[in-house]
Design a protein around this ligand. Structure first.
Ligand SMILES: [Zn+2]
Length: 427
């Protein structure tokens, strides 16, 4: 007896619809006769994909639009204004805003997430307290990794290193650095690796987030990754400076990233918003070179980063929007590249987060999304609604849509309440 059978799903790599049987939290068969199940649903030929994986988001400083007013729209201003607002954060305030973001993500089909939690003398461990409780609360719907993150620097913000150590002892899953926040980037990176080794955890850096290749801290990160033997355990977010180098130099760095098995997380909403701010004409896009990284064998995630704060004034925590943005901003419009963008919000981030068995094959974890479309490219091109979200073999979210096109109805019909047509159900 299976726990759940989804009949007639369209899968990304199969032409014909198939039945997907789930038991014990995993996919046990795809296609063929699925047999009896506690719950059976007709997918009606809709597309089934692995769950969305959010590789980089800041729930603790999300939804500040009503209390912080940015005017310059620069990175420096965003850090300053958010730092000022952060002094007034409490664990309850953080939890209330973070919960709204997590709810949006779960409803959109996100089944795993890496959340950066700021740990510094301004906010102390309030963010960790709030997010540790939410990690437990949301576990049935969302796997949450907490990254203890030094947004204000480590060397320039005395006390931060000790707070990061306490955050890791409290249960943070990994440590996050921000070398551009300190005058001595390499020493900052060294401190992060020292903590990663001390606690045996992964490391994730906000790095090289400028228009011109002024820092290229990624070279030092790659060097220290190899020195620590931390291959496959390090990620770099933003990396917009890489795109500013001549192509041959980009290729050389891409090869180093591939050799160190470093994942790259592109944050298109933030990067497009904050880069190129001083350009009066031919404004730069300020994105990591996504296509070049993918071609060089580097896993690339597209992630949300910020939701409605001075770093990014827009956001819904729906990763399909990031793929949509990247399709136009990174020139990725062919069917093959559109499918690659779907991988950038599913399988690539799963690899970067170290999540095993994230897919739609027998044996994979049953973390899945059923979409209101038939082909994977449409996830990017048409931002379809989600029909079902499955986490660990259980349906966590069911969406029902009802659209009443009153303008089509005859005057007589429009007067009869409750008789309007639901276009999803046919005539
Ligand atoms: Zn970030």
């Amino acid at each position: 007896m299976h726990d759940l059978v989804l009949r007639g799903c369209r899968l990304p790599d199969r032409l014909e619809p198939a039945d997907v049987a789930i038991a014990g939290g995993r996919i046990v068969s795809v296609g063929g006769a699925a047999g009896a199940a506690r719950e059976t649903l007709d997918a009606g030929g809709r597309l089934l994909t692995p769950g969305l994986v959010e590789a980089h988001i800041h729930p603790d400083k999300a939804l500040l639009g009503d209390r912080v007013r940015a005017t310059a729209g620069t990175l420096e201003e965003a850090i300053r204004l958010t730092g000022e607002a952060k002094r007034a954060f409490t664990a309850d305030d953080i939890a209330a805003r973070a919960r709204r973001v997590l709810d949006l993500a779960v409803a959109a089909g996100t089944t795993a997430m890496r959340a950066h939690v700021e740990v510094d003398p301004l906010v102390g461990l309030a963010g960790m307290e709030a997010m540790l409780a939410l990690r437990r609360e949301y576990a049935p719907a969302l796997h949450v990794q907490l990254c203890a993150f030094a947004q204000e620097g480590i060397l320039g913000a005395p006390g931060t290193e000790g707070l990061l150590r306490r955050a890791l002892a409290m249960g943070a899953d990994l440590v996050g650095g921000c070398p551009y926040a300190d005058a001595d980037g390499p020493r900052h990176i060294e401190s992060v690796f020292a903590l990663a080794r001390e606690f045996g955890v992964d490391a994730d850096f906000h790095a090289d987030f400028f228009d011109e290749p002024d820092h290229l801290h990624v070279l030092e990160i790659a060097r220290q990754t190899l020195a620590a033997g931390w291959q496959g355990r390090v990620a770099v977010g933003h990396l917009t400076e890489l795109g500013a180098l001549p192509p041959a130099e980009q290729d050389a760095i891409v090869a180093r990233l591939a050799a160190a098995r470093i994942g790259v997380i592109s944050l298109p909403a933030t990067d497009l918003y904050l880069m190129g701010r001083r350009d009066a004409r031919n404004v730069r896009r300020g994105l990591a070179p996504i296509r070049r990284l993918l071609a060089g064998g580097v896993p690339v995630a597209l992630a949300t980063n910020n939701v409605r704060n001075p770093f990014t004034p827009v956001g819904t925590a729906d990763l399909a929007h990031m793929a949509f943005l990247a399709a136009v901003a990174a020139h990725m419009g062919t069917p093959e590249l559109l499918r690659e963008l779907v991988a950038c919000v599913t399988t690539h981030p799963a690899r970067i987060l170290g999540l095993r068995d994230h897919g739609c094959a027998p044996g994979d974890r049953a973390d899945l999304v059923l979409w209101e479309c038939a082909r994977p490219e449409e996830i990017v091109t048409a931002l379809p609604a989600r029909r079902l979200v499955v986490k660990g073999g259980r349906i966590t979210v069911e969406h029902e849509r009802r659209t009443v096109e009153r303008w089509r109805a005859s005057p007589a019909l429009s007067l009869r309440f409750g008789k309007a047509r639901n276009p999803d159900l046919g005539p």
